[in-house]
Design a protein around this ligand. Sequence first.
Ligand code: NAD
Ligand code: MG
Length: 358
Amino acid sequence: MEKKTVLIIGATGSIGTQSIDVLKKLDGFKLVGFTYHSNSDLAMKIKSEFPDVEMLSTRTELDEFEDFISHLRPDITIVAAPGFAGFELAYRAIPYTRRLSLANKESLVCGGKFLKERLKSNDVELVPIDSEHSAVFQLIEDEIERIVITASGGALRDWPIEKLRFAKPSDVLKHPVWSMGKKITVDSATMFNKALEVMEAMELFDIPFEKIDVYVHREGVVHGMVFLKDGTVKIHASVADMRIPIALSLTYPERSYEFPKFPNFSSLTFEKLSRERYPLFFLVDSVKDSYSLKTAFNAADEIAVQAFLNEKIGFMDIPKVVERVLEKIDVEEAESVEELKKADEEARRLACEITKSC
Ligand code: NAD
Ligand code: MG
């Protein structure tokens, strides 16, 4: 049987390198190309392991990326680049591939409507990689009552609330469950990551905000649950290792990846989110109905997190900056990807002004 060809957008990152690891262990798939942004040493190392593979730095124009992928035409495109940039690349990739294996959550949050229309008109499949969404994707049925996605609570989940404002980047970057890129690790501690994931789930499963619950689940074993109308709750559990959902996004609907570890647990706990500890999460309600506002929300967080990592603002300033941007921004609902881009740029400009960091 002919091997399925795979392209990775953002191969040098956390999801990207784990995708390469999975590809080395799976039969029937062949890496044909990858992009990277700035880590050219790691890119060269990947190239030396896969000499026939083509690579491209995405520090170029989007048109160059389109030339690159239109020539490779991979069966599967893994989208492992972060942020709004990841959405733009995913959007451009759609006409030249058969399946998007999507790790980038901003694609659905910021551009869900545009992305889904383009997937449909090009008859391209979408399989989520984000672990909670992969979990729900595996459980979902036609008629569901509600879904649950779980959260680790982030690195500061046990800090006294009054101490949170003194947290340093080094404190925040110690994630209790997952090992991930820096941005998403900070977003786990503020629960911004879960805010994105709720909006990602709304798009993926066509489910209203009110029917999605989030619980802090310390053990990191259960990733998602689906409540059915007959009173049944289906629960997905696995070891917290992104290679499992990455592999499934390639092999789906089959499972051929062998991962010998099973979840280890003696108790499972689920706690409600505290508004005081995670104020950023609770801003979802004010942005969820507008792609422009969701894009602004995302852009503001990106700048605020960078400012925090550069020690220009404190940890508890992150939600304040995002809230200020949302108060100040004046955007119309975007009718096109270009208009979304404007919302993204305007929010970045405002966040830069507020944080005085860029
Ligand atoms: P990362 O920072 O480790 O890696 C990002 C990759 O994208 C790198 O290869 C980098 O070179 C490239 N990149 C960076 N900026 C870029 C830009 N402007 N344009 C194009 N490419 C760029 O990030 P990550 O943790 O692997 O996360 C990638 C995406 O996957 C994010 O959207 C994140 O939310 C999502 N995600 C990650 C995890 C995880 O476990 N890390 C889990 C679920 C979802
Ligand atoms: Mg996740």
